[in-house]
Design a protein around this ligand. Structure first.
Ligand SMILES: O=C(O)[C@H](O)COP(=O)(O)O
Ligand SMILES: [Mn+2]
Ligand SMILES: [Mn+2]
Length: 507
């Protein structure tokens, strides 16, 4: 392979584009390296949200679909879209497995427990799906439906949980079934760091009714520091036992469509309830240890960049710190957990602070070292790395910390581009979805409140040619999407797009 055709694909997580302004942490940050790349190198903006990537129109992008589409070279109908389609066509209401489980509950007088994130953030879940499941349960004659409401405050503004709890109660009243049994912050219920104390606290509230006792769902929010950290709370209507515990012969249906953050809880519940003869289902397919039957299955994501690199015998090294490791491996490879013979997966571990605001640099120097080391190797055609800071710190909603994260990211990009120059590599930089370029959101009273969630903004794509390599004229083609990244990478490596790819090279 021509030396100059080797490269580095850098995903800057949460790097969206928006006009400069006080709420744009990226325009506020001093980012001299990235600014000069955008000024001097071919660049464009590409779509990373909504239909362009396989989401419902107007839906914010996310790391899973972002990396999957970057890898697949085509939009992929995401799990949320597939669920929505099944609702619209009536297929969910007619789902044989769901009907069978509901019929059994009706016949045995047992309860259905719906467990999921209650917001319309559309990253992990949508409260409208819960509404539909309540309707289906009601029309199937399920005698009791308990809702285990996980509060959000991350994919939607913090302080909005009360409104969603009210909405859930309204949906239940409309359907004629459903009562909130527990209220649990996503910090507990959706931990994915392996902290089994957090997961255990959520699990005991759901399964056993052990937690902070409150009279009404909304009371669980009183005096709490954020929607994310609402302690596992149990609605106790009578003095003694909370009514919503999971009993012998009950069924649990997890209503999140995205697996990554609910799977730890789902696995814990399956293990904990093993002796209680509980049927467990999930709305979409999960990557749990226990096999949980999904109501809606995943779209095929094969034939992407990983398959093409393998076919051409091109070695790639994937590098990211823990928060985004699966994204440059599992998701980029189309939710395929094989490590191919031509791949190396490097998970950067450092010490992770409990709150990234206190260390917006995260473990970035270690990521840069690993990228530099891989870039020096002649046997490596492609280094793929994710720089997580802008997104992960952006999620705290703290604009000052996010500015600092962006400045660290800029310095890292400078170091990586210098290493690329020394090793004769090109670099392609791309965001996977917006986040840090929009750190406030209007609230109901016409004011602005801090916002740490994702956006629908396009993301930059910047091509830094190798010192003696192919140059792309002045600009990259316009009107691209994340689906065009893999064809562009393949073109730079000297290959056509894969047969399954509908994206095109933007060179
Ligand atoms: O799970 C999270 O951290 C957020 O809800 C979504 O962020 P991600 O899509 O970047 O993981
Ligand atoms: Mn992301
Ligand atoms: Mn994110």
């Amino acid at each position: 392979m021509n030396l100059a055709s080797r490269g580095i694909l850098l995903v800057l997580d949460g790097w969206g584009h928006a006009p400069p302004g006080p709420a744009n942490a990226l325009s506020r940050a001093a980012m001299p390296d990235i600014d000069s790349l955008i000024a001097e190198r071919p660049s464009t903006l590409v779509q990373a949200s909504g239909e362009a990537v396989g989401l419902l129109p107007g839906t914010v992008g996310n790391s899973e679909i972002g990396h999957m589409v970057i890898g697949a070279g085509r939009p992929l109908p995401y799990d949320s879209l597939l669920v929505q389609r099944q609702i619209e066509t009536g297929a969910l209401a007619d789902h044989p497995l769901l009907n069978e489980v509901c019929a059994k509950l009706a016949a045995t007088g047992r309860a259905l427990h719906l467990v999921g994130l209650c917001s319309d953030g559309q990253i992990h879940a949508h409260v409208d799906h819960l509404r539909e499941l309540l309707r289906i349960a009601a029309s199937s004659g399920v005698p009791a439906v308990w809702i285990h409401a996980i509060t959000d405050g991350r994919d939607v503004g913090d302080g909005t949980a009360a409104g969603y709890l009210d909405l859930v109660e309204k949906f239940a009243a409309e359907a004629g079934t459903g009562r909130i049994a527990t209220v649990i912050g996503r910090g507990y219920a959706l931990d994915k760091s392996g902290d089994l104390e957090l997961t255990g606290a959520a699990m005991r509230a759901i399964a056993d009714g052990v937690g902070v006792g409150v009279a009404r769902a909304r009371d669980a929010l009183d005096g709490q520091r954020s929607d994310v950290w609402v302690p596992p709370s149990v609605i106790v209507e009578a003095e003694d036992t909370p009514p919503g515990v999971v009993g012998q012969g009950d069924a649990i249906l997890f209503t999140n469509f995205r697996s990554d953050r609910i799977q730890q809880l789902a696995d814990a519940l399956v293990t904990h309830l093993a002796a209680r003869d509980v049927t467990v289902l999930s709305l979409a397919r999960y990557d749990t240890r226990a096999a949980i039957p999904p109501l809606v299955d995943r779209a095929d994501a094969s034939g992407g960049l990983a398959d093409e690199l393998e076919r051409h015998g091109l070695r790639s090294v994937r590098i990211a710190e823990g928060e985004k490791f699966e994204h440059v491996t599992y998701y980029l490879n189309g939710r395929d957990d094989r490590v191919r013979a031509v791949e190396e997966h490097v998970r950067i571990t450092g010490d992770d602070p409990p709150d990234y605001r206190s260390r917006p640099e995260m473990n970035l120097p270690l990521v840069v070292d690993a990228v530099t080391e891989a870039a020096r190797r002649a046997d490596v055609a492609l280094v793929v790395a994710n720089l997580a800071n802008i997104d992960v710190v952006g999620h705290t909603g703290d604009a000052e910390a996010t500015v600092a994260a962006a400045e660290h990211t800029d310095a890292a990009v400078g170091r990586i581009c210098a290493a690329a120059g020394e090793t004769g590599r090109w670099v392609l930089l791309v965001g996977d979805h917006g986040n840090a370029e929009q750190m406030t959101r209007p609230d109901a009273d016409g004011g602005l409140r801090p916002y740490g969630g994702h956006t629908t903004n396009p993301v930059p794509l910047v091509y830094v040619p190798a010192p003696h390599g192919r140059s792309a004229g002045g600009e990259l083609k316009s009107e691209g999407t994340l689906a065009d990244v893999a064809p562009t990478v393949l073109a730079l490596l000297g290959h056509p797009p894969g047969a399954a790819m509908t994206g095109r090279s933007l060179l």
